[in-house]
Design a binder for this molecule. Structure first.
Ligand code: GRF
Length: 215
């Protein structure tokens, strides 16, 4: 393991959060990128950026069970301090979430517990929400149910459609995720099964950056 904490990032597609995690990395570096889809855009970006990367694709495995075991093994071999899911479109099993408990995080495009799962922007619009945003949370074996770490909020504006709301949300995701990862990497955010602990610096920064935290 290197001197500075490393992140293994799991992706399935575009990889804009991966790029943001790299561009705004503080206290950590991205050690490895793993994709479950061979043609993920984020994967070609990682290749160009010279970041070690691995494809673990369904087509090469007999079953979902063996695929998930291979993903777990690949993550283990990368020896991460933190595992960050960034648009990783697969539900991990309890063996995985237990193996990286307290070090496994995800970014979800809604203000959880509102709108877990898919189509979050459309659902927020249909529900007539006045505000929307993104949540970084610890991952447990449920779908978007783990302890929340921080949220970035955006307004829902008159005339918004799914596309405009998604774009506004993505912009704040790109600030929120690196901040959470960097703060965890320096030890300013800690997990316990009951709640998340933040140090004084983390609370001050969250206030300055207008991120919601869950003391
Ligand atoms: C983001 O909106 C993230 O919140 C969600 O999936 C999307 C991934 O986008 N989990 P990208 O691949 O990081 O561009």
């Amino acid at each position: 393991m290197s001197d500075i904490p490393t992140l293994t990032v799991l992706i399935s597609g575009r990889g804009s959060n991966l790029v943001a995690l790299h561009a705004h990395a503080s206290n950590y570096r991205i050690g490895h990128v793993i994709s479950n889809t061979p043609d993920a855009l984020g994967l070609s970006w990682a290749a160009q950026a010279g970041i070690p990367h691995t494809v673990v694709a369904r087509a090469n495995y007999e079953s979902l069970t063996t695929l998930k075991a291979a993903i777990l093994e690949t993550v283990r071999l990368s020896q991460p301090d933190i595992v960050a899911l960034a648009g990783f479109m697969m539900v991990l099993n309890a063996e995985f979430t237990e193996a990286f408990k307290g070090r496994l995080i995800n970014i979800h495009p809604s203000l959880l517990p509102k709108f877990p799962g898919l189509d979050t922007h459309a659902r927020a619009l249909t529900a007539g929400e006045a505000e929307h945003g993104a949540t970084v949370h610890f991952v447990d074996a449920g779908v978007d149910t783990g302890l929340r770490i921080a949220q970035a909020v955006v307004p829902v504006l008159l005339g918004d459609d799914e596309k405009t709301l998604a774009a506004r949300t993505l912009t704040v995701e790109h600030a929120l995720y690196p901040w959470v990862a960097g703060t965890m990497a320096r030890g300013g955010i800690r997990f316990t099964p009951e709640r998340v602990y933040y140090d004084e610096q983390a609370l001050l920064e969250a206030r300055r950056l207008s991120f919601r935290v869950f003391e």
